[in-house]
Design a binder for this molecule. Sequence first.
Ligand SMILES: [Zn+2]
Length: 292
Amino acid sequence: MPELPEVESLTHFLRERAVGRTVLGVDVVGFQALKTFDPPVTSLGGLTITGVTRHGKFLDLDCDGLHLVIHLARAGWLRWRDDLSGAKPVRPGKGPLAVRVRLAPDDEGLAPGFELTEAGTQKRLAVYVTKNPDDVPGVAALGPDPLHESFTVAALKRIVGGNRTQIKGLLRDQKVIAGIGNAYSDEVLHAAKMSPFKIAATLTDAQIADLHEAIVTTLADAVERAHGLAAKDLKAEKKSGLRVHNRAGQPCDVCGDTIREVSFADSSLQYCPTCQTGGKPLADRRMSKLLK
Ligand SMILES: [Zn+2]
């Protein structure tokens, strides 16, 4: 799933390639992906892309004041195409292609564009056409961006104070902090040497400062690594930079202990017992519930 660093990189990538170009048309293949009907998606045709920004994990293309807002969800991706002039017309089907954005040809006659694809059968990729990105419920509800200067230690202290949820769930909650998902919450907690099951409200001031440092450096480092990469190379870069996420059974880079996995919410999390939980493996609550 693309999280803040990957979406930030895609934002840069699209800004460099798409800003200043005219939209020829937007073909919606997976109809469930289009979440808005007014203004219609056809109204983007003929408009010029004037800016590309990010809100949490949402991409926002400003087309002369009309916005195409994209959420790639768990299995979605963006694929840049240097020339779509010879591409076959798209037909609704069972393939991964959800949306194709065609741009006007340049001086060399190449008509570039990009495609939004989604693997698997669960279709969660979402696109919105709106005059105001804040009309998208997921954008309006976003918490602070952890790479914005307003995200200070004091801001994080206000967020965790009195919050009785487990820190892993809190980090992933887009309404609390924008842009962190399952992978980077594992990475942040490993960097902060903190148990994912710790209750947010119990953090000391020193732990809040450590957590803040871990959030900012983990995300900034990932943004740095992803910067300048082509969209197609981002997934491999993300994978190679992860220290605990999806690495159960492998040794921890920091201490050599074996990285473990437990179920959490609708998926699983990975952590290092020596670095994060005083050497004790966490109980898998879902498993113990099943065994009762
Ligand atoms: Zn470790």
